[in-house]
Write a protein that binds this ligand. Structure first.
Ligand code: NAP
Length: 489
């Protein structure tokens, strides 16, 4: 029999699950803090998270890259204001290489179960292939947008041609000259529809709810600007600072005074009138909910693409899919050779399908049966030495998730330092702190524009917003790690 001390000695200090922005950032910061005994488990075949998976044509970020990147790993030569997917993926790969993370990353390792062992004060992670990993601390960095959602539509399986989700794009399917049916008009679909419309014979877009689309102020950076950013760090920092402030004020409108958004709504509808001449198409594209309630989309080519002769926007509800195409409630069959689901992700399910067993019979799915919640979106009572990045109520409608991740990474580091300083074995959030935090979050969320009566991926089936942070990002960053209890093991 091994002793508890021997078990602990054989275990990893920190196990990180996921190697997107969260996992890579956490590992870099741990290394810089002198915590070297780190293992990263990745279900895919490379780092990059959603930027590895989402390779659909036209994929790009809708947050400017000087803000959507680590403050501690700046990049001066972003090719344009809003970087394309391949460049962001290359950036993340570069971060992993530069900081020597590759040897610690184990790909093809999807964690199916996490189990706390009170006897040894260790977490045990089991991967799909049956491997077991033991660690003192676990940090999940699985993202909120990592489980593609394929809609349940009658007859979907009978479709004769290829069908795929935007996040698992089939590059082997040549769309040239094909009739393509696209379900959805969210952030992903509005990026790939203009691209595929250039080569497909016909694109039929099935829209359930019209999005608000506003211009994307995108442009390439000139060589001189890239050189300036590289040689004068102050210029790069000033750009990042300005981007931060120019995005941050929007939190006021989204989360405190939604009435402020009326101007943005008026402007978006004015642009729609100016860009879409056909009144019938314009009617279909006019939202009937307040701007910001669903994610506001940035695009300069979506509305023009919808007006191409080979593109049709269909707003009748889909009744079923047949081998030949998509049938709508009016009985029309829209013939298609390829079916693409731009239907988003199961964002409110968080760590699913992983099961997490904490102490004293706690199981995260059971604890979250009324909706996911965590202290700062990071810690849950009943789960010692367990932290989540980009957990419940930490998504934003107005700024960069990378900023939020850095706040969370600093918070986790603070907890680990405290455990070390006090010679404790475990750290766990106090239930009172957890409850008070989440009551406040839910109270605040009722004042936000997301509570404006629309359907969005921010809400659970019962209408609870378990996804978004209802406030300023600097307020979130300032919330301190004082509400934990430590124990020796
Ligand atoms: P999404 O915003 O959730 O959009 C899904 C679309 O599919 C919506 O139009 C939705 O209609 C429709 N849909 C879903 N189920 C349907 C069904 N059964 N029948 C008909 N239509 C259906 O998903 P997404 O576009 O993949 O984007 C998700 C999030 O990822 C974004 O909000 C953003 O945060 C992130 N993202 C970012 C970027 C970027 O940075 N540029 C790009 C892509 C994605 P309803 O609106 O009626 O639900």
């Amino acid at each position: 029999m091994q002793t508890t001390a021997a078990h602990r000695a054989a275990a990893t200090e920190v196990l990180i699950i996921g190697t997107g922005f969260g996992g890579i950032g956490m590992a870099i910061r741990l290394k810089q803090a002198g915590i070297d005994d780190v293992v990263l488990l990745e279900r895919g075949d490379d780092v990059g998270g959603c930027w590895r998976d989402n390779t659909y044509p036209g994929a790009a970020c809708d947050v400017p890259s000087h803000l959507y990147s680590f403050s501690f790993e700046p990049k001066s030569d972003w090719s344009r204001r809003y970087a394309p997917q391949a460049e962001i993926l290359a950036y993340l790969r570069g971060c992993a290489d530069k900081h020597g993370l590759r040897p610690r990353i184990h790909t093809g390792q999807e964690v199916s179960e996490l189990r706390w062992d009170a006897a040894t004060s260790l977490w045990q992670a089991t991967t799909r292939d049956g491997r077991i990993w033991r660690a003192r601390f676990v940090v999940t960095a699985c993202g909120q947008l990592s489980r593609p959602l394929i809609p349940r539509i009658e007859g979907l399986g009978d479709f004769a041609g290829p069908q795929f989700h935007s996040a698992t794009w089939r590059h082997d399917v040549d769309l040239t000259g094909k009739r393509v049916a696209v379900i959805g008009t969210g952030a992903s679909a509005i990026q790939f529809i203009p691209q595929i419309a250039q080569r497909a014979a016909q694109v039929t877009v099935f829209q359930r709810t019209p999005p608000y689309v506003i211009p994307k102020q995108d442009r390439p950076y000139a060589r001189w600007e890239q050189r300036l950013f590289a040689r004068v760090p102050g210029a790069r920092l000033a750009t990042r600072g300005w981007l931060y402030l120019s995005h941050e004020w929007r939190a006021l409108a989204f989360t405190r005074y939604p009435a402020l958004l009326k101007v943005a709504q008026w402007d978006a509808l004015r642009r729609l009138r100016a860009q879409v001449a056909d009144p019938a198409l314009r009617r279909k594209l006019t939202p009937d909910y307040p701007i910001g309630c669903k994610r506001v989309l940035l695009s300069n080519d979506f509305l023009p693409a919808l007006q191409r002769p080979n593109v049709e926007l269909v707003t009748e509800a889909i009744s079923r899919v047949t081998p030949a195409g998509v049938q709508t409630a009016d009985g029309r069959l829209h013939g298609a050779d390829v079916l693409i689901h731009g239907t988003g992700f199961a964002a409110t399910e968080f760590l699913t399908p992983m099961t997490v067993h904490g102490r004293d019979g706690h199981e995260l799915n059971a604890d979250w049966k009324d909706g996911a919640e965590a202290f700062l979106g990071i810690s849950v009572p009943g789960y010692p030495n367990f932290f989540m990045l980009y957990g419940p109520n930490t998504n934003l409608g107005h700024s960069s998730i990378v900023y939020m991740l850095e706040s969370q990474i600093a918070h986790v580091l603070g907890c680990l330092r405290r455990v070390r300083r006090e010679g404790a074995a475990t750290i766990e959030v106090r239930p009172q702190a957890h409850r008070a935090f989440n009551n406040t979050v839910q109270q605040h969320i009722r004042r936000t524009v997301w509570d404006g009566g629309c359907r969005s991926w921010y809400l659970t089936e019962s209408g609870r917003n378990t996804v978004n942070w209802p406030g300023f990002t600097f307020v979130y960053r300032r919330l301190k790690a004082g509400d934990y209890q430590l124990a020796s093991g």
